[in-house]
Ligand binder design. Structure first.
Ligand SMILES: Cc1cc2nc3c(=O)[nH]c(=O)nc-3n(C[C@H](O)[C@H](O)[C@H](O)COP(=O)(O)OP(=O)(O)OC[C@H]3O[C@@H](n4cnc5c(N)ncnc54)[C@H](O)[C@@H]3O)c2cc1C
Length: 441
């Protein structure tokens, strides 16, 4: 690594900020990373449960084979790539009082993997499977307007209610964290094409084997410091100072002024307007003010008297006709349960959410009893993802801004991807490319 002699301030220590800081420090920039919380990782972190001392994540995160930037960054960080061998996708499904089959996408060349997987998906009638294949065949050639929802798009494609219940709704919630009615069809279709119609291996589901902090956060912090960078925790950026369309410094909540040649904001959209003055916002960033967020609730359930393997086979299961969407096995005695797009649940009390989950587990699994729970933890992430309704594409900012030495990264920027780890890391690579092109000449 050679020193460029240039200084960079990265605001926000989520994955977008960490990726930006690690990559720029590797390119010889003197990096200062500023994070308002006492820990790094943003919406992707692990912590120790006080009762059991187990390390748990703030919610199950899954990666996919199509997470090109994320896997590239993990390799750069020296992390063994988290892999899942065997079939590309193997998702058993469960529903109350009903036996369901699994969705299994085999390792075959694209698009044979999809054709075979769908044709064997017995939760749909044969006719519905053909309708699904027809929709898949149309996908690469469709121009989908920014303004329509997934639900409207599916109507145009002739997809019926059963197809929505057993295929589209679970996929849409997993990919977009939004219901069919609220999700942008254009963004969803782009993500589907990327996942299923580029390379067979892109469809592979990857479940990290370690905690999220161990995977992403700790190696990033080590690397930044090794490269001579500075990581400031518990420091909130209060305001960006601007003169002549150029940033001259940032003030922290302790009133200190920090200065650098280049500034990268990697805060989420909700925090972005706190750090810029209203007149700058009105002048340059007004379009983004309408972006909202969508919640996810994660429930960890520690069991006694039964092993998780006795409930279902495989490492996770999708649930239909329930409030729960996914259940992951974290160990012999620990389950993680995910409720995506949890708009109607997020304001409920934790105990109430837990009672509801126990009721659903009892209906889903004959061997499960509420008395088998020895401890539980409900994690509410109100701002888990930015909301991605029709039209949201118009409001996502590009990395380069009208302010000369100021760039924006984060999953909510115009990556063309949904609010995901891959979006966050891709935005960082874009920011790094811009900064290097303009400051390493
Ligand atoms: C429960 C849950 C499950 C998820 N599941 C998946 C999944 O399965 N797959 C997937 O790909 N994605 C998933 N996601 C989404 C993924 O976590 C996010 O897209 C990604 O972490 C966003 O990273 P980011 O760096 O853009 O933003 P953030 O992680 O929000 O980072 C922004 C950082 O900026 C800091 N900050 C804000 N304001 C200031 C300020 N003024 N000064 C200093 N610092 C500031 C914040 O504290 C934060 O640390 C999930 C998210 C959640 C919450």
């Amino acid at each position: 690594m050679t020193h460029s002699g240039k200084t960079v301030i990265v605001i926000g220590g989520g994955l977008a900020g960490l990726a930006t800081a690690t990559l720029l420090s590797d390119r010889g920039f003197q990096v200062t990373l500023i994070e308002q919380k006492h820990r790094l990782g943003g919406r992707t972190f692990s912590f120790q449960d006080r009762t059991t001392s187990d390390v748990v994540d703030n919610g199950q995160h899954i990666l996919m084979g199509c997470y090109h930037y994320t896997l590239r960054w993990l390799k750069f960080l020296g992390q063994a790539q988290p892999t899942q061998t065997g079939r590309l996708i193997h998702i058993p499904f469960a529903a109350p009082h009903k036996k369901l089959s699994s969705l299994i996408i085999p390792v075959l060349p694209m698009p044979m993997h999809l054709l075979v997987g769908i044709l064997r998906f017995k939760n749909l009638s044969f006719w519905e499977r053909l309708l699904l294949i027809k929709a898949g065949l149309k996908l690469p050639f469709q121009h989908i307007p920014e303004t329509i929802s997934v639900d409207d798009w599916l109507k145009d494609l002739g997809q019926n209610e059963n197809l929505k219940t057993y295929f589209w709704n679970p996929v849409c919630l997993a990919v977009m964290n939004e219901s069919l009615q609220n999700a942008s069809a254009k963004l969803f279709a782009t993500a589907l094409k990327h996942m299923f119609l580029v390379k067979g291996d892109y469809s592979r589901i990857i479940i990290p084997k370690t905690g999220l902090s161990e995977l992403f956060v700790i190696p990033s912090e080590v690397l930044i410091r090794q490269n001579g960078g500075i990581v400031l925790l518990d420091r909130e950026v209060d305001k960006i100072q601007l003169a002549n369309d150029q940033i001259t410094g940032i003030t922290l909540n302790n009133k200190n002024l920090l200065q650098a040649d280049v500034y990268v904001s990697a805060v989420p959209q909700s925090g972005f307007f706190n750090i810029i003055d209203k007149d700058i916002r009105d002048k340059h960033f007004q379009a983004m003010a309408v972006l909202r967020t969508s919640p996810i609730i994660s429930i960890y359930v520690w069991l006694t008297g039964i092993q998780t393997d006795q409930l279902f086979h495989g490492s996770f299961i999708g649930c239909i006709h329930t409030k729960i969407q996914w259940i992951f096995k974290k160990s012999d005695s620990l389950l993680e349960i995910t409720i995506s797009g949890a708009v109607d649940m997020i304001n409920r009390q934790r105990e109430e959410i837990f009672e509801l989950i126990v009721g659903e587990l009892e209906i889903l699994f004959a061997d499960f009893k509420g008395s088998m729970v020895r401890h539980f933890l409900v994690i509410k992430e109100r701002n888990a993802t930015f909301s991605q309704p029709p039209d949201s594409g118009y409001h996502r900012p590009s990395c380069r801004t009208p302010i000369k030495n100021f760039y924006i990264a984060g999953d909510w920027t115009d990556t063309g991807l949904p609010a995901t780890i891959e979006g966050a890391v891709k935005s960082a690579y874009t920011a790094v490319d811009h900064v290097c092109a303009e400051y390493l000449r």
